[in-house]
Design a protein around this ligand. Structure first.
Ligand code: 13P
Length: 252
């Protein structure tokens, strides 16, 4: 089965009011009519409205990088799925390694957020990935299996259709070190087999699994050419029109 590639940019805690709109406008003009690949940009919360406005007539969707699992109420500093929908988000990234390892999010919290995001009509990029010492001690399968099994708890087959899994080996994020195509393919195939065990072959074949970790114009085609790599979640190289377009154009 052929899956449509999905390339998304995660700007993390970067950009500014002026730069975010400028870059989004540039992306709309360079990539706004691309149909062969699904595209999205995930700016910091505060820049979402400006970016959404700049991308509104394009095929590039807008996403957030996090959310909370309640709709509203006394949760100072948090943002809900309802609010993200309200300002034009289609996607939300959940379980990013920086939220797991810097902020301390647990599998249980991520699971609650995924359930709420899907119920609220958002599509989820659900991130998983092992630390360097876990890879070195041959624990990648065990770690990723736990993250996926716990993150997808109580999520039925219907809801799974709203999820893209993003495999982001933590040692490859922002380090310039990229998983080799063979390493990416091996873990992606393992993830697909796990989804097959949990949800059956048909859903395993249809779910998209993005790779993330130092994806650049120069390595995207090779990585995204792997049979089980269905797109990319791009950090640093999604910050400029030139690099993000370079990545997208390399797979068109
Ligand atoms: P880099 O592309 O900067 O390595 O970041 C990857 C990432 O964390 C995307 O979510």
């Amino acid at each position: 089965m052929s899956r449509k590639l999905f390339i998304a940019g995660n700007w993390k805690m970067n950009s500014s009011a002026v730069a975010s709109v400028e870059v989004a406008r540039g992306m709309a003009s360079e990539l706004g009519s691309v149909e062969a690949v699904d595209l999205a940009i995930c700016p910091p919360f505060v820049y979402i409205p400006g970016v959404a406005e700049a991308l509104k007539d394009s095929n590039i969707g807008v996403g957030a990088q996090n959310m909370y699992f309640e709709d509203n109420g006394a949760f100072t500093g948090e943002i809900s799925a309802r609010m993200l929908k309200d300002i034009g988000c289609r996607y939300v990234i959940l379980g990013h390694s920086e939220r797991r390892h810097v902020i301390g999010e647990t599998d249980e919290l991520i699971n609650a957020k995924i359930i709420k995001a899907l119920a609220g009509g958002l599509e989820v990029m659900f991130c998983v990935g092992e630390l360097l010492d876990q890879r070195k001690s041959d624990r990648t399968t065990e770690v990723v299996t736990t993250q996926i099994t716990a993150g997808l708890k109580n999520i039925g087959p219907e809801a799974l259709l709203g999820i893209t899994i993003a495999y982001e080996p933590v040692w490859a994020i922002g380090t310039g070190e990229t998983a080799t195509p063979d390493q990416a393919q091996e873990t992606h195939a393992m993830i697909r087999a796990l989804i097959g065990q949990l949800y059956g072959t048909e859903l395993a074949e249809s779910i998209r699994i993005q790779y993330g970790g130092s994806v650049k114009p120069g390595n995207a085609a090779e990585l995204l050419g792997c049979p089980d790599v269905d797109g990319a979640l791009v950090g640093g190289a999604s910050m400029t029109v030139e690099d993000f377009s370079g990545i997208v154009n390399s797979v068109l």
